[in-house]
Write a protein that binds this ligand. Structure first.
Ligand code: NAD
Ligand code: LMR
Length: 327
């Protein structure tokens, strides 16, 4: 089998350190798929990245055929088949993720341009760096020769968070929970759609008969989980973020018949604004990610969805006002 080229940006950062070794072990692209790892970092972080590369060497992974580590965008994205865009500044306590927009936008413009010029024409890109939905929009709009459907932003971490909270409340193992899908933005407006969530095939709202808990505790816990981790750890989530990045790319590449949360290029599904990157239920077959578009929502859920869709459009308007959007 020919090796595939996998880019990880911010490779010496917290998430990078968790992510690279799991990719190298075959967890994402399969146990027989040879890999060329192409690791991008800022020049200042090259000594740390060198240490990360030494550790990859010391894992003696049979799948890793070559490692490129560089601060040069052309070298990093050259022929890339898959890219995890992680490298960017994380928020600190008291900030919203959108506060990072003006700080991180330039990173995704440069990387979008490099992807457009140097990556494989079939490249698939997962944006993790925050605010990930709108950074995804920046990268995709800059990579104007590629389809915007080749770009995705990560909301599976929010789904995993929501699944665990629901399982705990329902007193079941989280493997019993299905269809716990995140709608909208990876932000404090995200909507974890408990109305469609099933426990052992039955609606969870029929099991947990507490509308107040869902609306006043559950939703805000998931919306505020990232901030709560920053508060507790003094740094943003890393192991669980890498775990969700592994899960998302694996579902995109290897397929998933069961719905999962990922932000995709909207074509107006569920009343979202076309052209923004919106999380919604998706399935994946043969590398093609398709949204499920026929879930019905009551007015309570519709209000939540409207708020998060409006926020995404507002972030897009901010980009336009700053002259950062290539549309
Ligand atoms: P970190 O600060 O530990 O690591 C980031 C790394 O990126 C650093 O090593 C830095 O040198 C590098 N970097 C910065 N600019 C770069 C550039 N232009 N090119 C290449 N590398 C660059 O941060 P982290 O904890 O790894 O988080 C990374 C990003 O992921 C943050 O934006 C964070 O908010 C985001 N995040 C997203 C989710 C999600 O669910 N979508 C979850 C957790 C974290
Ligand atoms: C998270 O959800 O943990 C990340 O997006 C980091 C953050 O800023 O909350």
């Amino acid at each position: 089998m020919e090796p595939i080229k996998v880019v990880i940006t911010g490779a010496a950062g917290q998430i990078g350190y968790q992510l690279i070794y799991r990719i190298a072990s075959g967890e994402v692209f399969g146990p027989d798929q040879p890999l060329i790892l192409q690791l991008l970092e800022l020049e200042a972080a090259m000594p740390a990245l060198k240490g990360v590369v030494m550790e990859i060497d010391d894992c003696a992974s049979s799948l890793v055929h070559d490692i490129v580590y560089t601060s040069d965008l052309k070298e990093a994205f050259n022929g890339a088949d898959y890219a995890f865009l992680v490298g960017s500044v994380p928020r600190k306590a008291g900030m919203e993720r959108a506060d990072l927009l003006s700080i991180n936008a330039g990173v995704f413009i440069d990387q979008g341009r490099a992807i457009n010029q140097y990556a494989s024409r079939d490249v698939k890109v997962l944006v993790v760096g925050n605010p990930c939905n709108t950074n995804c929009l920046i990268a995709a709009s800059t990579a104007s020769d590629l389809s915007p459907h080749q770009f995705f932003a990560m909301t599976l971490l929010d789904e995993y968070r929501a699944t665990t909270q629901l399982a705990r409340k329902a007193n079941v193992h989280h493997s019993k929970i299905e269809n716990c899908i995140i709608f909208g933005n990876h932000s404090s407006t995200l909507f974890p759609d408990y109305w469609h969530t099933l426990v052992d095939g039955k609606p969870i709202v029929d099991l947990i008969k507490s509308p107040k808990w869902f609306e006043e505790e559950f939703i805000s816990t998931i919306q505020g989980r990232g901030a709560a981790i920053i508060q507790a750890r003094g740094a943003s989530s890393a192991a669980s973020a890498a775990n969700a990045a592994v899960g998302t790319m694996k579902k995109i590449v290897m397929g998933s018949e069961t719905p999962f949360s990922v932000a995709i290029y909207s074509q107006g599904e569920y009343g979202s604004t076309p052209g923004t990157y919106v999380s919604m239920p998706c399935t994946s077959v043969d590398g093609k990610v398709t949204p499920i578009t026929d879930w019905k929502h009551n007015p309570l859920a519709q209000d939540r969805m409207k708020a998060t869709f409006e926020e995404l459009e507002k972030e897009r308007q901010t980009l336009r006002a700053l002259g950062l959007l290539n549309d």
